[in-house]
Design a protein around this ligand. Structure first.
Ligand code: ADP
Ligand code: MG
Length: 593
């Protein structure tokens, strides 16, 4: 009845859950405790999915992956103080990659956005307001702490204010350059009962507005491309997040242009596309005279756009949604500010009416093709080595042979990720997840868990392959329990060289420590030789394999891929001193990428 006030009460926890549901948030990851447990329970009651993780950092990595894969932020729910602080790593990673995360804390309810393309909401519980500044349990300035790692960080002033703060957090995380947002929830809000009529939920925010580039800039860009002698398109993870795969592929095919994906831009156009020059990466960068950047920053991953990795007078055309990004490190020939998908369509219009094509018989194409051939032959040669323990190339060639084309490939580690990226192919956009812009180790299992959930919802049977170095695996190894608890059929490969970058074999290790303590004598990069990481998986009921030969690897991988009912870990012992093949350049400034 109009005007009649109901005396029904609702808790702060339920208001938060309902507000998230209204904003079409579907997944929460977290580690519960005082005071956020009730929020997770309330979310589940509304049909939202809650995934309990073993560490907040991994929870935050998982939540941000949901943002990257679905375009709607995932939530990371954490307790006050240390819980929130553990999640800062995940927020920073999401922000550096422009991913969206929303996180909720027990004392503070804050939403933060990252500057990368990964939308994320972190919700943190915080201490009771009445005890603030008194040394309350896990008291910490959470809203302030999150500001550096987020686009937006705030605490609602009351339970009634929660829906609008959550709407703002979700909207901020996906509008413009995506990122992380933080919402702080004081402990006393969670169980506070308020009258239902006092809560006004906000309607779901509109999808992000699509912006187009200035028409004259598009004409100018098209004329620079038409006059290029050695053109190159670089496809970054911004293009993946923007879902620009169809238009970029059209541009590549209709104009017959060579393209190079960045690590997470792999798959926007398939790696096996004839115009992909990934295998001639250094050569392509070094000799191109016009480079179009589709959602890829000129940071360390692209060697800052500077000589000697590029021609001093190379003309860059930058396509990005973030104006502040344009002109970083080099002065671009043309800047196209706007959504990648929309801008690529604008470019297509200019370049195909009338149709312009880059001549397929050019000297540039010939140089690139020759370089690709010789680089591929070199890797093949290393892969065919019969010596044991195996080297990286042997391992990855055998893995590539069996990988389903539609699988997600998650990868981290030093050589494991670097070499794996060159051999393992991606055929679909947003199907490669790795250490990314921030070079974060420990992301793998959280990423894999989120990818497996998305796969389960969208495309049951689709596999997630998580290719980990032994050191990288150690950062979040206990998430194997999470994987087994939710029975996510992830296949984890631990490429085990007994160390960080490199390790030692068991005999050398033993000799080395015969007369001296490991703390004095063991090289800092060493890990325990021949560790049985597969037993971490069998401990929780998954399947584990310990493999030392190509035949064992082939057989175990075949079994693992055939079994869609169980997670599995294949621990692959490789030569502890195995490295990459010689490089023309140290291609990324730090060897761990
Ligand atoms: P990579 O690591 O693949 O080089 P980066 O993370 O460095 O990619 O760059 C991604 C870029 O994409 C960021 O500068 C971001 O602002 C931009 N971006 C993200 N989404 C869009 C979009 N929809 N349209 C245009 N640019 C985008
Ligand atoms: Mg290692």
């Amino acid at each position: 009845e109009r005007g009649e006030r109901s005396d029904e009460q609702v808790s702060g926890a339920k208001v938060i859950a309902q507000a998230l549901k209204e904003q079409d948030v579907r997944y929460l990851f977290g580690v519960v405790g005082i005071p956020v447990t009730e929020i997770a329970v309330a979310a589940q009651e509304l049909g939202l999915r809650y995934i309990g993780m073993r560490n907040e950092q991994a929870a935050c990595y998982a939540a941000s992956t949901i943002g990257y894969l679905t375009g709607r932020p995932g939530v990371c729910l954490v307790v006050s103080g240390p819980g929130l602080i553990h999640a800062l790593g995940g927020m920073a990673n999401a922000n550096m990659n422009c991913w969206v995360v929303i996180r909720r804390n027990t004392t503070h309810f804050a939403i933060s956005k990252e500057t990368k393309k990964m939308p994320l909401i972190v919700i943190g519980g915080s201490s009771e307001r009445s005890q603030e500044t008194m040394g309350a349990f896990q008291e910490f300035p959470q809203v302030e702490a999150c500001r550096l790692y987020s686009k937006f960080s705030a605490r609602p002033s009351s339970v009634e204010a929660i829906p609008s703060v959550i709407e703002k957090a979700v909207r901020s995380s996906i509008y413009g350059r995506p990122g992380a947002c933080y919402v702080d929830i004081p402990a006393d809000f969670v169980n506070l009962q308020v009258n239902v009529d006092s809560i006004k939920y906000k309607e779901c925010c509109l999808p992000p507005p699509v912006s187009m580039a200035d028409t004259s800039a598009v004409c100018q860009a098209a004329s620079v491309i038409r006059s290029a002698r050695q053109p190159l398109l670089i496809v970054g993870k911004g293009a993946a997040y923007a879902r620009a795969e169809e238009s970029i592929r059209k541009l590549v095919e209709q104009c017959k242009l060579p393209f190079l994906p960045t690590p997470m831009g792999k798959g926007v156009v398939p790696d096996n596309h004839p115009n992909c020059v990934g295998a001639a990466r250094s050569r392509a960068l070094q000799h191109a005279d016009v480079i179009v950047l589709f959602g890829a920053r000129l940071n360390w991953i692209l060697h800052f756009g500077l000589p000697p990795r590029y021609q001093p007078d190379v003309k860059f055309i930058q396509v990005d949604i973030c104006a502040e990004e344009l002109g970083n490190n080099v002065k671009p020939a043309v800047t196209l500010l706007g959504d990648i998908n929309a801008v690529t369509k604008q470019l297509l219009e200019q370049l195909t009416k009338p149709l312009w094509q880059y001549p397929p018989e050019s000297k540039w194409w010939k140089t690139l093709r020759e370089k690709m051939k010789s680089n591929e032959a070199l890797s093949q040669e290393l892969a065919s080595k019969k010596s044991l323990p195996m080297n990286y190339y042997t391992v990855f060639y055998h893995v590539q042979e069996q990988l389903p084309q539609d699988c997600f490939v998650v990868s981290e580690g030093a050589n494991t990720m670097d070499i794996g990226r060159t051999v393992l192919q991606n055929y679909l956009p947003r199907h490669r997840l790795d250490a990314g812009t921030f070079g974060t180790m420990g992301v793998g299992l959280g990423f894999a868990i989120a990818a497996a959930l998305v796969a389960k919802d969208r495309n049951p049977g689709q596999r997630v392959i998580c290719v980990e170095g032994d050191s990288a695996f150690g950062f979040s190894g206990m998430e194997v329990e999470t994987i087994c608890r939710y029975n996510l059929p992830i296949v984890i490969l631990v490429v085990n060289n007994n160390g960080i970058y490199q390790g030692f074999d068991a005999d050398t290790w033993k000799e080395m420590l015969e007369f001296q303590d490991a703390t004095v004598r063991a090289p800092p990069m060493c890990l325990l030789p021949n560790s049985h990481y597969e037993q971490v998986m069998t401990a929780f009921g998954g399947k584990g394999y310990f493999v030392q030969t190509p035949e064992e690897l082939q057989k175990s991988l075949k079994q693992a891929l055939a079994d869609t009912t169980k997670p599995c870990l294949i621990n692959i012992l490789i030569e502890p001193q195995s490295t990459r093949k010689a490089q023309d350049f140290h291609w990324l400034t730090r060897s761990n990428m």
